[in-house]
Design a protein. Structure first.
Length: 170
């Protein structure tokens, strides 16, 4: 009976449960406020839901940020990393340090299953911490890693500008 009631409440509440900053990211983005939410689909297929928190509004790269992606399908870790690097290259162009950046980000990413959540949080331009389902996968320091990585979802020239605007709350 309790499980049925909890499931019913979760279904009725929907996005309200997704509006709390994950506890892991709350240490970096505090006090956290939800700036925006978005759903990413590709060719009609639901890929992930995204939430962005900051301790300041409106959105600013200089503010602490936490981005959570909750996957609607399983994706191989190598595919996540390759797609990440392709998007960074597409957004900023080719740069000599992309192999080093890929090596740094490889420590952060693994395979995800349906329902898994990655959270990436950063309070400074050169540091990024990531968690998979609440377990820390990396804490990296690398020049410009915050904007280079989070720019995939938040940059004006991201692959999905509408999703970026929704997340930034603009």
């Amino acid at each position: 009976m309790r499980k049925t009631l909890a499931l019913l409440l979760a279904l009725l509440a929907g996005p309200a449960f997704a509006q709390q900053v994950p506890p892991d990211a709350a240490r970096i983005v505090s006090p956290a406020q939800l700036l925006g939410q978005a759903r990413f689909t590709w060719l009609g297929i639901h890929i992930y839901d995204a939430n962005l928190w900051s301790n300041a509004a409106p959105f600013a790269w200089s503010s602490p940020l936490a981005l959570q992606l909750t996957y609607a399908m399983g994706i191989d870790g190598d595919d996540l990393l390759d797609t990440t690097m392709k998007e960074i290259t597409r957004i900023e162009g080719a740069s000599a340090d992309l192999p080093q950046l890929k090596q740094v980000l490889a420590k952060c990413m693994g395979t995800v299953a349906e329902g898994d959540s990655y959270t990436a949080a950063s309070a400074s331009a050169d540091r990024l911490t990531m968690w998979l389902n609440g377990t820390q996968t990396c804490d990296v320091t690398y020049p410009g890693v915050k904007q280079r990585f989070l720019g995939i979802w938040l940059a004006d020239n991201s692959r999905s500008p509408d999703l970026s605007r929704q997340l930034r709350g603009s």
